[in-house]
Ligand binder design. Structure first.
Ligand code: 5GP
Ligand code: ZN
Length: 114
């Protein structure tokens, strides 16, 4: 697993730079390099899990959401509102195959998404 060429595993190992906004023993959160909203943070487990389809542990996935709430509060968007999204596989536009939760906010987000 530590041999993985995965981009987000490289972030976890500190091999590529990222603007980190939160770290826990199990998760790391950093700003998206191509933000789609004033607040756009990616929250990932340190453990490599390719997509939500590969997840088996409820705690691992649940922690992503709870850390998103914490960050939304710190970023001042918890009350105005925000969106959390996990894109899974091609039709949803997943491009990095290390499961990640997008936290988006700081502007009005439209529905349905594209
Ligand atoms: P996906 O499309 O897989 O749901 O989301 C992948 C996200 O990772 C995209 O929003 C993309 O902008 C972001 N991303 C891709 N490469 C990097 C990188 O090297 N650093 C950071 N911080 N974000 C990245
Ligand atoms: Zn990975």
């Amino acid at each position: 697993m530590s041999e993985s060429p995965c981009l987000f595993c490289s972030v976890v190992r500190g091999e590529i730079s990222a603007t980190i906004v939160a770290e826990t023993p199990e998760c790391i959160a950093f700003r998206d390099i191509n933000p789609q909203a004033p607040v756009h943070v990616l929250i990932i487990p340190r453990e490599h899990i390719g997509s939500l389809n590969d997840a088996t542990d409820a705690m691992t996935i649940g922690r992503l959401s709870l850390l998103a709430v914490e960050i939304a509060r710190k970023e001042g968007i918890a009350e105005s509102g925000y969106r959390t999204v996990i894109n899974t596989n091609a039709a949803a536009g997943q491009t990095v195959f290390h499961v990640h939760l997008h936290l988006l906010g700081g502007r009005t987000l439209h529905w349905p998404p594209g």
